[in-house]
Design a protein around this ligand. Structure first.
Ligand SMILES: Nc1ncnc2c1ncn2[C@@H]1O[C@H](COP(=O)(O)OP(=O)(O)O)[C@@H](O)[C@H]1O
Ligand SMILES: O=C(OP(=O)(O)O)[C@H](O)COP(=O)(O)O
Length: 413
């Protein structure tokens, strides 16, 4: 998609003393003690913030955060409902301050009197972090009144949240209507520049690997992916909907009941299109969602009651590896299993190692998504990949050829 003017076009006279609303994606994984387990997204947000600070702007940062519940609640899409301390952005302040080299101030809300007071008191070149914007249900509804309230805090808008650019939310899309100019940040620009080029005319065979837990949003992307790729490997929480649709028992694995018909039609479409769609033939199952669960490997088509699939098995790792050996471009979003628990990390780690190997042989390897990147960082292989993207769903939707609402909304004025 066409990219618009980026923040780099704004100079000192445009920025000095101006209040800039910057949407960033600081949705990083946290452990049970609120320690950041992968800070890629925070580091990626730094260049734009530093640029704005350096030009004397008053930087107002906005983000959502929801990774912790994904781990705790087995991949159910955990949207914060109301103010929930668990999803506060507070644990991010020390790392953000360290990376920016200034003390980042934080306010306990994202709209309202207290926020307005803090914004009014901001010195030039300083940074204020707003509380989790998804504490308001109006955010995901893209409520215009809420967007106006966010916009009223600032003079101009920068969207640097590539990872959330596929969501038409108030802070990613709505707010751009009320602030001029509204421009892309450096990260947004960099991601678009790389990904648009890499996926518009990929070297073939072209493979996508899709896993993770956001089944409902990602399964819908698969239909379009079948138009683009030669090979599609599915893993993670994605696969059980396909198995259930085929009449297999899936125990208590993650399933999207309302996507069963879609799964069946996708399998048929893949056949019709001549795309090699591979599901794992074996899975590692657990008797509970916990690091110390009992586990065993079983054929993917027969998961006993009371057990849940949390990783792909060794036969699948081998088959996926052989399929990937034939490729020239690979895009991967979504871990193959619950890699946060050592017992269920083998599939994800094997795919990461395979892609690192292939990168060394000239294959273009693109890894996208907060948790997928965290998994690749965990095994120390991020440097080996062609591109590490801060967006998983966003990079898949870009690959689909869909305009991203967070980019479309930006204006050049
Ligand atoms: N079989 C599975 N069942 C439940 N959760 C899973 C399964 N496989 C992977 N996951 C979880 O998926 C999460 C990542 O999903 P997702 O957000 O879709 O990926 P990304 O952040 O890379 O886009 C991880 O926290 C991982 O534990
Ligand atoms: O983690 C994110 O996406 P990803 O899991 O596709 O990488 C982004 O922060 C978007 O989050 P959302 O999928 O809750 O809108």
């Amino acid at each position: 998609m066409a990219t618009k003017r980026s923040v780099g076009a704004l100079k000192e006279p445009d920025l000095k003393g101006k209040k800039v609303f910057v949407r960033v994606d600081l949705n990083v994984p946290l452990d049970d003690n609120f320690n950041i387990t992968d800070d890629t997204r925070i580091r990626a947000a730094v260049p734009t913030i530093k640029y704005l600070m350096g030009h004397g702007a008053k930087v107002i940062l906005s983000s959502h955060l929801m990774k912790l519940i994904q781990l705790l609640k087995r991949g159910l899409q955990g949207r914060p409902k109301g103010v929930t301390p668990k999803y506060s952005l507070k644990p991010l302040v020390p790392r953000l301050s360290e990376l920016l080299g200034v003390e980042v101030k934080m306010v306990n809300d994202c709209i309202g009197d207290e926020v307005e007071k803090m914004v009014a008191a901001l010195p030039d070149g300083s940074v204020l972090l707003l509380e989790n914007v998804r504490f308001y249900k109006e955010e995901e509804k893209n409520d215009p009144e809420f967007a106006k309230k966010l916009a009223s805090l600032a003079d101009l808008y920068v969207n640097d949240a590539f990872g959330t650019a596929h969501r038409a939310h108030a802070s990613t899309e709505g707010v751009a209507k009320y602030l001029k100019p509204s421009v892309a940040g450096f990260l947004m620009q960099k991601e678009l520049d790389y990904l648009v080029g890499a996926v518009s005319n990929p070297k073939r065979p072209f493979a996508a690997i899709v896993g993770g837990s956001k089944v409902s949003s990602k399964i819908s992307v698969i239909e379009s992916l079948l138009e683009k790729v030669d090979i599609l490997l599915l893993g993670g929480g994605m696969i059980f909907t396909f198995y259930k649709a085929q009449g297999h028992s899936v125990g208590s694995s993650l399933v999207e009941e309302d996507k069963l018909d879609l799964a069946t039609s996708l399998l048929e479409k893949a056949k019709f299109k001549g795309v090699s769609l591979m599901l794992p033939s074996d899975v590692v199952i657990a008797d509970k969602f916990a690091a110390d669960a009992n586990s065993k490997t079983v054929p993917a088509s027969g998961i006993p009651d009371g057990w849940m699939g949390l990783d792909i098995g060794p036969d699948s790792i081998k088959a996926f590896g052989e399929a990937l050996d034939t490729t020239k471009t690979v895009i991967w979003n979504g871990p193959m299993g619950v890699f946060e628990f050592d017992k269920f990390a083998a599939g994800t780690e094997a795919v990461a190692k395979k892609l690192a190997d292939l990168s060394g042989k000239g294959v273009t390897t693109i890894i996208g998504g907060g948790d997928s990147v965290a998994a690749v960082e965990k095994v120390g292989l991020a440097e080996k990949m062609s591109h590490i993207s801060t967006g998983g769903g966003a990079s898949l939707e870009l690959l689909e050829g869909k305009p991203l609402p967070g980019v479309l909304a930006l204006n050049d004025a």
